[in-house]
Design a protein around this ligand. Sequence first.
Ligand code: NAG
Ligand code: NAG
Ligand code: NAG
Ligand code: NAG
Length: 371
Amino acid sequence: MRSFGISSKRSSVVSEIDMSILLFNGFLLLGFVVATVPDVLVLGSPGATKIMDRDSSVKKCRYGRTYSLLEARCSNLEWHEIPTYLKADIQVLDATGNRVRELTNDSLAPYKSLGFIYLGDNFIQNIEEAAFANQPYLEVLDLTQNGCDNLPKSLFQLPYLRTLYLGRNKLTDSVFKVEVTSPLRMLQLTKNKLTKIPYLGVQPSLLTLNVSDNVIVSISTEDLAPFCSLKDLDLSKNIIKFNAGGCECQTFTAWVKLRQIKMKPDDFYNCTDSPAVDEDCANVQFSNRTYELYNECSAIIQQEVETEKARSAWILVASCVSVFLFVVFVALFCVHKRNRRRRRKQKEQQQLTANNANTELLNSNLTAGNS
Ligand SMILES: *[C@@H]1O[C@H](CO)[C@@H](O)[C@H](O)[C@H]1NC(C)=O
Ligand SMILES: *[C@@H]1O[C@H](CO)[C@@H](O)[C@H](O)[C@H]1NC(C)=O
Ligand SMILES: *[C@@H]1O[C@H](CO)[C@@H](O)[C@H](O)[C@H]1NC(C)=O
Ligand SMILES: *[C@@H]1O[C@H](CO)[C@@H](O)[C@H](O)[C@H]1NC(C)=O
């Protein structure tokens, strides 16, 4: 009885499996038929939109090489999240124009070689703190046109991160209350909600800062002094006002001129809003704090230059020593070879003379015997 029970159970399990396989095959068949029905037939029928949806979900990433980097090209695929099944060793991920809403700690975890991530034009509102924690090689991140009002603090500590596109988001000043150790070169922050220049600490590598189309109300030399390599600054479409009657506008533009920063809008140089006459502000003084910050920044660059010089010097010395050793070695080898050849020749000569002596002896013996 018991055994019967078990076997019946087993058979029911088996039949269940059979059923599911059958069902699965049925679905496959259906899918196949639907997929192979010509579009003309389907167009206009009530199922048409459904089939088109299905087609787009079948769209796949294309892989390619960009400057020898493996790239997954996955733009406009209507993704709601970043899938985990892409090639694990991709170095470039282009997921522009999808519908990703969130980057969790796990979203990018399968991909550990990413240097370039493009996520512009998605719906990202939330990025978890460790979302980029496994991206030690990340150099460029594009989050343009999303809904971010915050960013993970660890993002600003990635060792190679140099370019950040953060335009068209909802970022506020508080996002930048972080320690920035990444070697940022370019920071695009156009169309956000900043009321001042982000305080990033001393940033010796920053070349471009775009804060156009924000709600920045004031600016001073101390905001820019920590960026001692800054070349391009875009302040257009803000609501900056300088204190009437002071020389703040003149001081600021004098600093920008002195540091040779290309600034937009360029009519800032006019300071037409400031009623103070130019003569009053002829001898502008920069604050001590401005110099302090600037010098701190320059000192880092100076130090880097010196380290690099020392490194080059050491490399030069090491190369010279190795070349010298190589020459000595080659010379010794040649001398050794020549000596050996000479010794061998000497030996051969000795042997030859000995042989000659022998043959002479033999000959003389022979002649002696003959006579
Ligand atoms: C994501 O990682 C951060 C930092 O490791 C952690 O504090 C947070 O709880 C994680 N979030 C989730 C949902 O696991
Ligand atoms: C700053 O960004 C805006 C918007 O993308 C762009 O039009 C402008 O040219 C940028 N400024 C600079 C100096 O690159
Ligand atoms: C001063 O500003 C006006 C308009 O604001 C502009 O047309 C003019 O070119 C500016 N002059 C200089 C020297 O920048
Ligand atoms: C700036 O530094 C100079 C010299 O170090 C000092 O005499 C001056 O009082 C300082 N100014 C301010 C505002 O701290």
